[in-house]
Structures are given as structure tokens and as C-alpha cells.
Design a protein around this ligand. Sequence first.
Ligand code: CP
Length: 313
Amino acid sequence: RRHLLGIAGMARAEIVALLDLADGYVEVNRAATKKSNLLSGRTVINVFFETSTRTRTSFELAGKRLGADVINMEIAWSSIKKGETLIDTAMTLNAMHPDVLVVRAPDSGAVKLLSEKVNCAVVNAGDGSHEHPTQALLDALTIRRRKRRLEGLRVAICGDVAHSRVARSNIHLLNTLGAEVRVIAPPTLLPGGIEKMGVRAFTDMPKGLEGCDIVMMLRLQTERMQGSYVPSIREYFRFYGLDYEKLANAKPDALIMHPGPMNRGVEIDTVVADDIDRSVIREQVEMGVAVRMAVLDSLTRAFDSSLKAGGSA
Ligand code: CP
């Protein structure tokens, strides 16, 4: 695989291999000296057309810890502001011979389109409401390290499922690795036909949480709701905000997850978010660096092999 564009279509073995590689990098990141020269001489460019704290910073750290030169393209100071298209911007960067482009785009499918035009590896760092593959991988690594397995676990993904690339990537990954996936959302934020993705859908949160091992909360993406119904915050928190009363329906040792950024008092009660025994939200961030190291490591190796095998660059 030369690019990482989504979890859909990835084989179980491929996902497990990436998780195993990332597991090793967790220990590297905890050591006093973290730097290696594995990607010395390589160039990674972060191209984010949407805001990001976790994904962009962790890709930058991941690249630097592996010894690569990492450049963050600042959209606010780029020629995008003068009307240059996303593809023209990517082709311009491609002409500078990067090894990896890490791209976040507001439109679903934009990163795939871009990957077909450039001659370097491309990582999807989130495209519209479509996929966010490295988020699903880091979520899986967090769960696997805590619960020692993914197979057979009951996972609830709760909130704004309709606009969530995190939900889509997690549904693909968790189903592939044998978890039982539920989605919980108000009817207006539940995409029609979601059951075809192999999940059970609930609009009643306490019922949906029954017997769950993992409770994964999602942010209300009001920036993607132009022209559609936006629930009132008070009403939303009452029915879909995670508090201890609703959480009591899940297993007593259920883990609380959130990809971030988190809106306290909207989709999650602040004391639940900070519950040191059950919330693994900070651990997800830690796993994010390890997963992104594994992705950069494996994609550059795969890209090199494809060139050696005579594939066009
Ligand atoms: N989870 C996630 O993608 O966070 P950022 O938007 O901060 O990168």
C-alpha cells in the first residue's frame, strides 16, 4: 500500500501489522531519547486545509522522531488565500519532491483525488465526513492495550454520526477486527442506511449503551450543519451528553473515549471526561504519535519497494 486513504478495504492482517508496529513505538516515545534516523533524508509535508491540534502536531512529532524533515504548510499564509486550488497547491508541493504528503481536506474524496496526481505517498488526515484512518488506528491501539483484545467487545459510537469521519473509519476497523459496533445518535444525526455498514443503530442512548465495553463520544460538528437542523445544546446534552447516569448502563469497567476536540457540557460531562479510572482520552493522544510513526515508517518502506519493483513514482 503506497497511500493510507481510509480503513475501508484494508485487510485484517494489514491493520494488525500496523497496530503491532505502533505498539513498539509507544515504548520508543516513552524513552528519554526518542529520536531515530530511520527516515533521515526524507521529507514529510503536512498540508491541512482544516484546523487541527492533535493530528497535525502528532504527525510532525512522528516524522521528527523518525529523523525526517517535516514541514507544516500554513494555509493562512499560503497561495490558497489567493485562489489557488487544493490540487494545484498539492502539485506545487509535489514538484519539490516530498516523500509523504499528510493531507486534511474539508471535502470527502479530495485526498484520494490528490493521491492520484502526485508521485509520493499520501496520508489522509481527515477528509470531510468520509474517513480519518489514523484516528481509528490510534483508537484501536488504545483499546487493544487496555482490554488486550478487540474481538467480541461491544463498542458504542455516540453523537454526531452523520458528519463524523472518525465514526466511519472506526466502524470499518472495529468490524474488520471482530468487535460488535453500535451507533447512538438523534434521528437527525443518524445517516439513513447506516445499518448496511454492519452496525446496530439506536436513538435511545441508555438503551444503546447497555452492556458496552467502550463508549466513544463524538463532537457535534456544527461547522458541517449549514442549512440543516442544529440541536439546542441543553436539549442535546440532556438526551445525548455522556453523564454518569447514562454511563451506568454500560459495563462497570467500560472505557470512555473521545477523539477530540471535546466540547465539555455538550457531548460529555466534564467530570466524566476527567474520570482518571475510566477516561482514556489523553491516552488516545499518546497513541496517536505512535500510530503516526508506524504509518510513516510503513508507507515509506512500501513506497520504496514499489519503486524497486518497477512501479512508476
Ligand atoms: N481527533 C482529531 O482529528 O483532532 P484534531 O482535529 O485536533 O486533529
